[in-house]
Design a protein around this ligand. Structure first.
Ligand code: AMP
Length: 214
């Protein structure tokens, strides 16, 4: 289905997990700026080098760098019928930049979905999170472990703990989320869908689907 969606929510609220499900159901790409940047860091590109300095501290990568990356990505053919934006925009300046990109393409967002999860729960989730180094699938030591221990169930890649999922960095990311990203909930009020982010992946996915009528 032809849809352009933005996923909002604190780090650890489940944007990646729900974004993947939505992308499959709608048959559109899921674009995670975090995954794009992590893969640039692994590949050793100029973008990766610039981004690493910010990401390792839990700080936001500068707006212009992110907007350049996304303008290029959103112009690709696979985005013609829509996309799920996961982790972008993260500041008002990025949201304004996205508005310009949309306007130039004569397109509009269908909805901004805010996944609502309390701070203590987010801290618990992020501490146990593990990610596949090959396919980026996300696991949790306690809530959704891989059946193969430290190996990805989907692609046999090795799981790792993100460098920014440590205590001090998690706290910094949450502080920045409140200051920079939470204001987007108001920015997108004309197309905002609020969803309770506590429950099983299936439950939350059903809530989202019913909110956006798919
Ligand atoms: P995520 O995987 O979405 O939690 O992102 C991990 C990190 O990548 C963030 O803490 C930021 O350092 C950086 N990042 C990802 N998306 C953005 C963005 N839209 N703007 C700025 N920094 C970003």
């Amino acid at each position: 289905m032809n849809m352009r969606l933005v996923l909002l929510g604190a780090p650890g609220s489940g944007k990646g997990t729900q974004g993947e499900r939505l992308a499959k159901k709608l048959n559109v790409p899921q674009l995670s700026t975090g995954d794009i940047l992590r893969s640039a860091i692994r590949g050793g590109s100029e973008l990766g080098k610039k981004a690493d300095a910010f990401m390792s501290k839990g700080e936001l990568v500068p707006n212009q760098l992110i907007l350049d990356v996304m303008a290029e990505r959103l112009a690709k053919d696979d985005c013609k019928n829509g996309y799920i934006l996961d982790g972008f925009p993260r500041t008002i300046a990025q949201a304004e930049g996205l508005d310009k990109i949309l306007e130039a393409a004569n397109a509009k967002l269908d909805a901004a979905i805010n996944i609502d999860v309390k701070e203590e729960e987010v801290i618990r989730r992020l501490g146990g999170r593990r990610q596949c180094s090959k396919c980026s699938a996300v696991y949790h030591n306690e809530f959704s472990p891989s059946k193969k221990g430290n190996i990805c169930d989907k692609c046999d890649g090795e799981l790792y703990q993100r460098g920014d999922d440590t205590d001090a960095t998690i706290r910094n990311r949450l502080k920045i989320y409140k200051q920079e990203t939470a204001p987007l909930i108001d920015y997108y009020k004309r197309c905002l869908k609020n969803v309770d982010g506590v429950g099983t992946g299936d439950e939350i996915f059903k809530r989202i689907c019913s909110l956006i009528g798919i």
